[in-house]
Design a protein. Structure first.
Ligand code: ZN
Ligand code: ZN
Ligand code: ZN
Length: 225
């Protein structure tokens, strides 16, 4: 997985005399690993480096051997990346748990109807879809936006829904995104986009016809009555 590194502060060779063994820049050393002193930036990057080690182990590869990422047991790097929730080897987010576990809690919390303490059957499917989105940390960023949180809370408290009741929820990109997920997972039926467009065209066309100006024209063409 490629990681986007956050912008670095300017290095400070006066304050941090010994450069980081990995990037060669003068930043605070936050860990001493078998390959040397590691700065905060390289530490973050190491935690997020995933792949398959030369030994065949798949997971977090924080070490470096022959310039290649390596697993903890091959490299001797000591780093806690064992989730206490699911046991997966992953970057931990808080409470010793990985992003996927935390995302699961957030989704369950949002989609549970607070008055009954239960989750609607349709929403259990949606919850599953939201929890299994790749890149749990990006999903968290998405879900934590106020309008998304509010939308999901409303959905949790909504009565049984169909395409029609779903349409009554405030129109937003979030609504359409979640609708897509609901259709994909068979909670809402597919609908014919063309038919919808035709319906709204007919409605608008009839409204146009009701315009007095147009009504004046219609008798002349023999279409009225
Ligand atoms: Zn570094
Ligand atoms: Zn290995
Ligand atoms: Zn976990």
């Amino acid at each position: 997985m490629r990681t986007v590194s956050r912008p670095r502060k300017a290095e400070d060779p006066v304050r941090w005399l010994v450069p980081c063994n990995r990037c060669g820049q003068h930043h605070k050393t936050v860990a001493r690993w078998p390959d040397g002193g590691i700065c905060g930036y390289c530490y973050q990057q190491a935690k997020r480096t995933r792949g398959v080690c030369a030994c065949g182990h798949e997971g977090v590869l924080p070490g470096i051997i022959d310039e290649q990422p390596a697993c903890r047991s091959c490299s001797g790097v000591r780093l806690n990346v064992d989730c206490e929730g699911c046991g997966a080897e992953d970057e931990l987010y808080c409470g010793g748990r990985c992003w996927t576990c935390i995302l699961g809690d957030v989704v369950d919390n949002l989609l549970t109807d607070p008055t009954t303490g239960t989750m609607a059957t349709e929403l259990i499917t949606l919850a599953g879809a939201l929890k299994s989105m790749k890149r749990a940390n990006s999903s968290m960023t998405w879900i934590r936006q106020k309008h998304v949180t509010e939308f999901l809370r409303n959905l949790a408290a909504a009565p049984k829904f169909s395409q029609e009741t779903y349409d009554e929820l405030p129109d937003s990109r979030t609504r359409e995104y979640v609708r897509g997920l609901l259709i994909e997972h068979g909670v809402l039926p597919q609908r014919n986009a063309l038919l919808m467009r035709y319906d709204s065209w007919v409605t608008q066309a009839l409204e146009r016809v009701n315009d007095p100006q147009n009504l004046d024209v219609i008798p002349a063409t023999g279409l009225r009555d």
